[in-house]
Design a protein around this ligand. Structure first.
Ligand code: RAM
Length: 385
């Protein structure tokens, strides 16, 4: 089996599950579609990142070989080709998710082609959708940089018989399954609740996001605003800035934010690129770090130094590798006709076991990977993704 990565240009910029909190136990994936927020501090069981064998052959192009596991999965067609179209090919989070997909398709005797741009724009993703159509791919797994701009191309893919799975960042197009990393409302409200513990529920806070058009961040931010309005009258959201999941742009957005709001007490960054950039900056600007608390969504591997040096107390995430792996099994099952988009349809996702598709009337069919995990000094050493 061959895995090929294609990318088109930018300048550069990673889990287990959230079982934080007091009393949350189910870390990892489950067949259930609901999850609850957890609070910092509790134990996490979690698994390390899934890896697929691979060797980099040239900038942006990676090939990996694998052998189908004996047996594969019941009813899954062999030799499936699944195009993974991440937000971009350089974000370590997206790379981990794609590797999870490679692991899944390797188990199933198929192949993954990773193809996207190097900037988080819909324009950079459209050629990859067209490439999947030209290659007669069986399925596309895509993290949309814009909820609407990709729909004409995705409709062409659907018309060509290609099954479409959204992961990480959903789109508004019809005829697809969304693999959500964790319950959307839980992610947004839990981040605000965590920030409240850091700033005694008082003062000016801001958000350092990814792309302004990113469906996932915008959905989480919507729930952050709701939670602030409902529970925290003394915490004021004064700004939302965008770093496009590019480290340099994120740094510029951060420093602009800090100078525009001298009374800021907290920053929530719901993106692994934003939070790692901000943590690095604050770790070398201790005077600012003493006044401005940071939390959000981050990769334990990137955030560990900042937990260890006290810059950041805690943050959240789920296992991106598992997200890609689950999306790979979903895509293979859809392409094989062993599941469909109807409410209550089931499919088996290898090591992650069975998932049930929820498709209430008027909503995009979806499944949820599982609850998020809170990472802090008590558990950060247990994670390698
Ligand atoms: C960034 C990306 C991705 C998001 C994570 C938490 O890496 O924006 O879409 O899910 O952060």
């Amino acid at each position: 089996m061959t895995i090929t990565h294609h990318s088109r240009r930018r300048g550069g910029a990673a889990l287990a599950s959230i079982c934080l909190a007091i009393g949350v136990t189910a870390c990892g994936s489950s067949t259930k579609s609901s999850s609850s927020a957890t609070t910092p501090g509790a134990a996490t069981t979690a698994a390390g990142a899934t890896t697929a064998a691979g060797t980099t052959t040239a900038a942006g192009t990676t090939t990996a070989a694998g052998t189908a596991a004996a047996g594969g999965a019941t009813g899954i067609k062999s030799g499936l080709t699944v195009y993974y179209i991440p937000k971009d090919t350089q974000n370590p989070y997206e790379v981990l998710a794609d590797k999870g997909g490679e692991a899944a398709l390797t188990e199933l005797g198929g192949k993954v082609v990773v193809s996207s741009g190097t900037e988080d724009t819909a324009a950079a993703q459209i050629p990859s959708i067209q490439a999947a159509i030209a290659a007669k791919a069986n399925a596309i797994v895509i993290a949309a940089n814009d909820p609407d701009a990709l729909c004409p191309s995705i409709a062409q893919a659907v018309a060509a018989g290609i099954k479409v799975v959204a992961f990480d960042s959903d789109n508004n197009c019809p005829d697809h399954l969304f693999i959500n990393q964790a319950d959307t409302a839980t992610i947004g409200t839990a981040e605000v609740d965590y920030m409240a513990t850091l700033v005694n529920s008082t003062g000016e806070i801001a958000i350092l996001s990814a792309a302004a058009t990113a469906t996932n961040q915008n959905a989480w931010i919507g729930f952050m605003k709701q939670q602030l309005a409902a529970k925290y009258p003394n915490m004021k959201l004064v700004d939302v800035v965008y770093g496009d999941d590019d480290p340099a742009k994120s740094l510029t957005a951060l420093t602009g934010l800090l100078s525009a709001h001298p009374n800021l007490v907290g920053i929530i960054s719901p993106t692994t690129v934003g939070i790692s950039t901000a943590a690095q900056y604050l770790s070398t600007h201790k005077d600012i770090a003493a006044k401005v608390k940071l939390t959000g969504l981050g990769l334990p591997s990137q955030m560990k130094p900042y937990i260890k040096d006290g810059t950041v107390k805690g943050f959240m995430l789920w296992n991106p590798s598992d997200l890609g792996y689950l999306a790979g099994y979903a895509a293979a099952n859809l392409a094989s006709g062993t599941t469909n988009l109807k409410d209550g349809s089931k499919f088996t996702a290898g090591k992650l076991k069975e998932y049930t598709i929820a498709a209430p009337a008027g909503a995009t069919p979806s499944v949820i990977l599982g609850p998020p995990t809170v990472f802090d000094a008590s558990n950060i050493d247990q994670f390698n993704f």
